[in-house]
Design a protein around this ligand. Structure first.
Ligand code: 4NP
Length: 154
């Protein structure tokens, strides 16, 4: 079996999707399941930048170092590289649908659709918030990662 691949996509690739990447890397390691994990943003403002210091802080609170990640912009080619492309919010999902090649739309999902009771909801953008908003986003991506691991392990 080839290892599954997962791409998380938010707006800037400096807050939510790097936290999701860090959370899934840790969860896959703990579960002993090999998964290729990456993250990207729909926007181009932060290309090449490390995650927001608050995202790094919250990940570090959970023993995860995301300081070495660098932001990049999602491309249509990502739909050929990744089995699963997970949008962090509904605007990210709409933006991804526009660039997804028609026959690859099925790879695309809203991340919180993986969490029973949270279908159709967003991982709220913490960028204009405070550290607790980052902790809320962290909790969301950790929960979703657990369901994703369960699905990929089947
Ligand atoms: P992210 O957060 O999409 O979770 O990385 C944001 C980062 C930057 C901006 C907005 C959201 N921004 O407006 O620059």
């Amino acid at each position: 079996m080839t290892r599954p691949s997962v791409l998380f996509v938010c707006l800037g690739n400096i807050c939510r999707s790097p936290m999701a990447e860090g959370a899934l890397r840790k969860a896959s390691h703990d579960a002993g399941i090999a998964i290729d994990v990456d993250s990207a943003g729909t926007g181009d403002w932060h290309i090449g930048r490390p995650p927001d210091p608050r995202a790094q802080l919250v990940a570090r609170e959970h023993g995860i170092d995301i300081a070495g990640y660098r932001a990049r912009q999602v491309t249509p080619h990502d739909f050929l590289r990744f089995d699963h492309i997970l949008a962090l919010d509904l605007q990210n999902l709409r933006d991804l649908k526009v660039i997804a090649p028609a026959r690859e739309q099925s790879r695309l999902e809203l991340l919180m659709d993986l969490v029973p009771g949270r279908e159709g909801t967003a991982v709220a953008d913490p960028y204009f918030g405070d550290e607790d908003d980052f902790r809320t986003a962290w909790n969301d991506v950790v929960r979703a990662s657990a369901f994703l691991i369960e699905r990929l392990a089947r």
